[in-house]
Design a protein around this ligand. Structure first.
Ligand SMILES: [Zn+2]
Length: 421
């Protein structure tokens, strides 16, 4: 094949076709894209032999040879020889990513802890620090100072200089600005903004990204589902249940790539019921369905009672046990939470004009037996569901790994696509 670019499937790379001027720029862009294809294949399926690399990427044997030679020369991949099956004949050569070629730090900020993970160029976690969050008052400035100290500690523990870190990828619940790395509102700091880019000034040359946690969960889950199902996913929504309510939506864009967003679902108006939310508004979905909302209804305290800062899971388990034993107010609290979620989801499906599968994640999944009746009822009330049917609901109990995978996959994909080897 003369022009390999025709064989490139943009849906696999997530890269948009580039406008190029002249044959040289075009060849350059194709080489760039093919580098990305080879590196991504080695991350997801590697280490791979030459023939398998050609099979997975769809690139010709000669193209694979020239790309692997260039990537090896620039230190991004390495080869190792393994004995052939049965120990006879020539050893097989396998290509793999060189672990130390780049590093990514993924930081997950949650209501009770901050987790700092270091991943290498293969996407493998090499170290992790977890710090319990002080429930007392910590100013944004104090938090950012502690944040910077933790990053220094994590890099020096692995004997790395800050320059070895390509990306610092941070996630939190709340409102993250799409541009820059600024958290405009979060359950932890309220309306006090946190500017991570400014806080990391002088920390090597790392790119700094900030994501809403649900966006990463959706990204990672969509990637996993595509791999296990073996077909491209048209769309997916994930709903995270816990102290906060998070939502992520993945939809395929016109270039065939999955566009993932995290709309502000938890603070969407649910009902004019006077329930006070952590954001200060009344009637948000979270005010009914977040852990503090369930606790408030179960204990029959007034709906405008100031939300608890944090509800331990053991407290939620107690309410759930009482509900399972027939305690009316506790049953009602979970039912109302389910209803708020179901009605919110039915609005989402109506707006999206699509019945997408919905994956439910987070610590709240352990109460699905108490929540599902309300969720089903809320969904069934909409015309969209009456006409198009109920969406497929998946329960995914693991969330922490998904957040890490989302961070690392996005960061490494960005590095792979930007390498001008
Ligand atoms: Zn709210």
């Amino acid at each position: 094949m003369l022009w390999e670019e025709h064989a490139v499937d943009h849906s696999k790379t997530g890269e948009k076709p580039q406008m190029t001027t002249g044959a040289k720029a075009s060849t350059e862009a194709v080489r760039h894209q093919n580098n990305g294809l080879v590196l991504t294949a080695l991350r997801r399926d590697g280490p791979l032999a030459h023939t398998d690399l050609s099979g997975v990427t769809g690139l010709s044997s000669s193209t694979v040879s020239s790309i692997t030679a260039a990537l090896e020369k620039s230190g991004l991949i390495e080869r190792r020889e393994v004995a052939s099956v049965g120990g006879r004949g020539r050893p097989r050569v396998l290509f793999g990513r060189r672990a130390s070629a780049a590093h990514v730090i993924a930081v997950r900020i949650s209501s009770h802890a901050v987790q700092y993970s270091l991943a290498d160029f293969r996407g493998t976690m090499v170290d992790r620090i977890e710090e319990a969050r002080d429930q007392g008052a910590v100013s944004p400035q104090q938090f950012l100072t502690g944040f910077r100290t933790a990053l220094d500690r994590l890099t020096s523990r692995s004997r790395l200089q800050p320059d070895a870190i390509s990306t610092v990828s941070i996630s939190s619940k709340g409102l993250a600005d799409r541009e820059g790395a600024r958290l405009s509102w979060s359950p932890v700091f309220g309306y006090e903004p946190l500017d991570f880019e400014a806080a990391l000034q002088g920390f090597g040359a790392a790119r700094v990204h900030l994501f809403n946690e649900s966006l990463l969960v959706t990204h990672a889950l969509a990637t996993r589902l595509e791999k296990t199902r073996g077909v491209p996913l048209a769309s997916l929504a994930t709903l995270s249940l816990g102290h906060s309510i998070g939502l992520g939506v993945a939809m395929r864009d016109r270039y065939g790539a999955l566009d993932v967003r995290a709309p502000n679902f938890g603070h969407m108006l649910h009902a004019d019921d006077g329930k006070l939310c952590r954001c200060g508004a009344r009637g948000c979905i979270e005010a009914s369905a977040g852990f503090y909302g369930i606790l408030r209804t179960a204990f029959e305290v007034p709906p405008d009672t100031i939300p608890a800062q944090f509800v331990p899971l053991t407290e939620m388990e107690k309410i759930a046990t009482r509900a399972r034993q027939g305690h009316r107010a506790s049953q009602y609290a979970f039912r109302q939470a389910g209803l708020a979620l179901g009605q919110g989801l039915s609005r989402l499906l109506s707006l999206a004009e699509e019945t997408m599968p919905i994956a439910i994640t987070g610590p709240g999944t352990r109460f699905m037996d108490l929540l599902s009746r309300g969720i089903d009822e809320g969904l069934a009330q909409s015309l969209h569901v009456k006409v198009r049917g109920s969406p497929e609901i998946l329960i995914i109990t693991e969330e922490e790994t998904l957040v890490f995978e989302g961070h690392v996959d996005r960061a490494l994909t960005e590095i792979e696509q930007g390498l001008g080897v």
